[in-house]
Design a protein around this ligand. Structure first.
Ligand code: PLP
Length: 393
């Protein structure tokens, strides 16, 4: 029995997978069981932010594994304290909570927002509604799925967690109408600056401005889901910096520990002490090995000139693709890019790229690039040559 048959016999078929078994990775190249090489424009959906087996990252993770791998959250470890300090200082947030995934980071944000209003306005006020956007994606747990404004993910799993109201992205009138309809009942507005799974759709600056104005005027918390856009992916540590706003809460996950499971919820001064002992927790949250990986990622991403390079490489990809007759649009920021195609189907192009040695992603009807932040221009060229050949066929 080969690997694929063995896997499928024992693992639930929740994913549409390609017939590809990856065995190892070297920087920005993945290598299959049968020895074929693939240039990586997907980085494990934006998780392997430093590529495969980055030397400093491997050392940090292995050193930590040799020291202590987990302690439970009854005790303290230095590696967690160092990571939290580094992340809070770099982002300007007061405090953070440790989880293991994007969904858990968002779950924490949802609980925090509801408790903030509960503490301040009392239970009777029922100030617990969280506004999220149509076409958003916030995770697969029941609460984050309820927050997610896409019907396709909602089949089968009724009933949902109540208290989520969807507003159309970039529709200020709809935002105002939903706030008015739910006056005094809304505790937070949650959004992605660039809707990732929704098809790499950026929010307009005026819409973001309107969210912040309404929230400030009504003591409603702003929650930025930067699970995909954060940690340097778009050319700044936080994408909020490019929008000139400071959300009360930001969540990070995917790329934060360079391919190890982590998710954090960062809170500003206004709400950093809302979650008190016993109100939230996670057995593996803050796992020391993941924190060691996270420290290596932050050291690299925050190093002199690194983020400027991310921005430049994003622009380089745009330049190289902009005049291709099959490309009708390029959305996104930095190294989070969505490419619209004129006639070809994104899924078919993605499969053809794979057959030719390039790993890319799709999001809705677009091609999606989330390459490792450390990718080089030569590797970009190599990958784009494969893609262009397929687009021209
Ligand atoms: C991937 C993603 C999530 C969910 O993260 P998991 O680690 O799969 O739970 C949530 N929000 C956004 C914006 C994402 O891209």
């Amino acid at each position: 029995m080969n690997t694929i048959e063995q896997f499928n016999e024992h693992v639930m078929p929740t994913y549409g997978r390609y017939d590809l078994v990856l065995e190892k990775g070297e920087q920005r190249t993945a290598v299959s069981e049968d020895g074929r090489e693939y240039i990586d424009f997907g980085s494990g959906i934006g998780t392997n932010s430093l590529g495969f087996c980055n030397e400093d990252w491997v050392k940090a993770v292995c050193d930590q594994a040799h020291k202590i791998q987990h302690t439970s959250n009854y005790y303290y470890t230095k590696v967690q304290a160092d990571f939290a300090k580094k992340l809070c200082e770099a982002t300007g947030y007061s405090k953070m909570f440790f989880g293991n995934s994007g969904a858990e980071a968002n779950e924490c944000a949802i609980k925090l927002a509801r408790k903030y209003s509960f503490d301040k306005y009392g239970r009777q006020a029922e100030r617990n509604i969280i506004i999220t956007l149509v076409n958003s994606f916030h995770g697969r747990t029941m609460a984050t799925l309820s927050a997610t404004g896409q019907e396709v993910f909602h089949n089968y799993f009724f009933p949902f967690v109540p208290g989520f109201v969807n507003v159309k992205a970039n529709d200020i009138a709809d935002l105002k109408a939903k706030l008015e309809e739910n006056k005094g009942k809304v505790c937070a507005v949650m959004f992605e600056f660039i809707q990732g799974e929704g098809g790499v759709v950026p929010l307009e600056k005026d819409f973001v401005k309107a969210i912040f104005k309404e929230c400030e005027n009504n003591d409603i918390l702003t929650i930025a889901d930067e699970v995909q856009t954060g940690v340097g992916r778009t050319g700044t540590l936080l994408t909020s910096q490019q929008y000139g706003v400071k959300p009360d809460i930001t969540t990070f996950a995917k790329g934060l520990a360079g391919g190890l499971p982590i998710g954090v919820c960062l809170a500003g001064e206004k709400c950093s002490d809302v979650l008190t002992p016993g109100t939230h927790g996670s057995t593996f949250g803050g796992n020391p090995i993941c924190c060691a990986g996270g420290n290596a990622v932050l050291d690299k991403v925050l190093s002199e000139g690194f983020l400027t390079e991310v921005t430049k490489k994003g622009e380089y990809i745009r330049e190289k693709l902009s005049d291709h007759p099959e490309v009708t649009g390029i959305d996104g920021l930095g190294l989070m890019l969505g490419i619209s195609l004129k006639t070809k189907k994104a899924g078919e192009v993605c499969k053809a790229c794979l057959d030719n040695g390039l790993l890319i992603l799709t999001a809705k009807d677009k091609l999606r690039f989330l390459p490792p932040l450390t990718i080089t221009c030569e590797e970009i060229d190599k990958g784009l040559d494969i893609l262009k050949k397929i687009l021209s066929e």
